[in-house]
Design a protein. Structure first.
Length: 139
């Protein structure tokens, strides 16, 4: 099974996404540069924290890296499961361990990046689904 190239600029489609009970961001754009095993993801998001940009540089070979999100360190590692990329992010949230497990899938026409998220929170498991639409260049 071939592994997709996630390179591109993707904008969150709020209507197709499922945020569970969590408040959706007002806007999110992910710019991805992917040369396997290296990935660089720059996310611009406007949410309850205001406008913020997060840069994540990591690899798909399970090597752990430390990233910073909203001024706090998080550990990230990713690996392939067939054509899906599994991205696990963990950190300490007010003395409680928190883990996000994201499954990235690229649609067959490469126009949608679907991220299915599972996270354990104090109240139990939360599942979300983010649908990001690829920006098509005019060339």
């Amino acid at each position: 099974m071939s592994r997709p190239d996630f390179s591109g600029t993707f904008t969150l489609n709020r209507d197709l996404s499922d945020f569970a009970f969590l408040k959706p961001p007002k806007m999110r754009v992910d710019s991805i540069v992917h040369t396997d095993p290296a990935l660089a993801v720059t996310t611009l998001q406007i949410d309850t924290n205001g406008a913020n940009t997060t840069v994540r540089k990591f690899t798909t070979d399970e090597l752990p890296v430390t990233i910073e999100v909203l001024g706090k360190a998080r550990q990230l590692r990713s690996r392939w499961e067939g054509s899906e990329l599994i991205v696990e992010t963990s950190w300490d949230h007010n003395g409680n361990p928190r883990v996000l497990t994201d499954r990235w899938q690229l649609s067959s026409n490469r126009r949608q990046l679907v991220v299915t998220r599972h996270q354990e929170m104090n109240g139990g498991a939360v599942r979300q689904r983010f649908v990001l639409e690829r920006e098509i260049s005019g060339d």
